[in-house]
Design a protein around this ligand. Structure first.
Ligand SMILES: [Zn+2]
Length: 339
């Protein structure tokens, strides 16, 4: 699944048409020991060499970060611009990347985009390639793929931060209000309308549940799913380091209950600590990664947050200060967990 698809998603499905059956495109092919990289004809042929170098540099880093071996299965990477219909990629317009595997072959598709974004998506999909045989639940699969992509970014982009702030909205939906401060220093609570699964259900989801409950919802749930999975993984890795996934799986084996296993792996004694622990993790990550005022503003200004407010909230806000406060560039933060 894609990395960082925050908004404007469209329904996704798996196209079963084989590449060769519908392809009239010629591809620039770069073959290396790690992967065969293919770039469609409308793109710069040198991109194939670039992709191949990135795979060479990033595959081991991703595997190391996840404490998993580098797979020796053949890996094919296609990069192009998906068409609305009749294209040669299985990606849908709006879908940034995809990893699929069958018959011992791994196939990654990338929606062409500018440099850092393309590399971030590539890292996400490489993480799926590395995790393929790990048997992780869906939140770990997507959360670790996002985690790897974020960790390996030399300096996380506004898009990377957007996802973490989006996770903050989910935490708010689970019971902690978003707190916005307007130009006069007044505070406002917002409870955005979100796809917010029960945490127990989210942790228990397998791939079929994911396809039905997340992909089946015309894409609206996908940003929330990726964002919160990323935050859950961050907290787990904070407590257990790179052993986090293994510690969680061992706890699951013993507890048989995903939520209890997660709490145990994160050394949280009471269910009531769950939300605060995630909010705290979010604040620490934003702080440590030097999330800039500009990134916060980009989020507060953007259609994402606005689109998640109810009509009543928008009305209440627009007449007074809060929504006017975004363009004025005032501070924005989530519920202050320290108080
Ligand atoms: Zn994914």
């Amino acid at each position: 699944m894609s990395a960082g698809k925050i908004q404007g998603l469209i329904p996704q499905f798996l196209c079963l048409a084989a590449l060769t059956a519908c392809s009239t495109t010629s591809w620039t092919v770069e073959k290396a020991a790690t992967a065969t990289c293919m770039v469609s004809e409308e793109l710069d042929p040198n991109l194939a060499i670039q992709l191949s170098q990135w795979v060479q540099e990033d595959l081991e880093l991703v595997a190391g970060l996840l404490s998993l071996p580098v797979p020796d299965r053949p890996l094919e990477i296609y990069c192009g611009i998906p068409k609305a219909s009749g294209g040669h990629l299985r990606l849908q317009p709006g879908e940034s990347g995809r990893h699929q595997s069958h018959g011992g072959h791994c196939r990654v598709e990338l929606h062409y985009g500018e440099g850092t974004r393309l590399r971030a998506i590539l890292r996400h999909e490489l993480a799926h390639h590395v995790m393929e045989e790990a048997g992780f639940p869906e939140w770990l699969n997507e959360g670790l793929a996002e985690y790897a992509s974020f960790q390996l970014a030399a300096s996380p982009s506004a898009t990377d931060f957007h996802q973490l702030l989006h996770a903050g909205m989910v935490v708010a939906g689970w019971g902690l209000p978003l707190e916005l401060v307007d130009a006069s220093g007044h505070q406002h609570d917002f409870r955005p309308q979100l796809w917010v699964p029960n945490p127990e259900n989210l942790l228990a989801m397998d791939y079929d549940d994911y396809r039905r409950e997340v992909m089946g919802r015309a894409g609206e749930a996908d940003p929330e799913f990726h964002a919160i999975s990323h935050l859950l993984v961050r907290k787990l890795m904070r407590v257990q380091g790179s052993e986090g996934p293994e510690v969680y799986l061992r706890a699951l084996e013993k507890e048989k209950d995903p939520f209890r296993a997660y709490m145990q792996a994160c050394q949280l004694d009471e269910a009531s600590l769950f939300l605060n622990a995630l909010a705290e993790e979010l604040h620490r990550t934003l702080h440590e990664s030097n999330c800039t005022e500009a990134s916060l503003q980009a989020f507060a200004w953007g259609p994402c947050l606005y689109g998640k407010l109810s009509d009543a909230q928008r009305e209440g806000a627009s007449g007074t200060v809060a929504l006017q406060a975004y363009p004025s560039g005032r501070r924005f933060w989530l519920y202050d967990w320290q108080n």
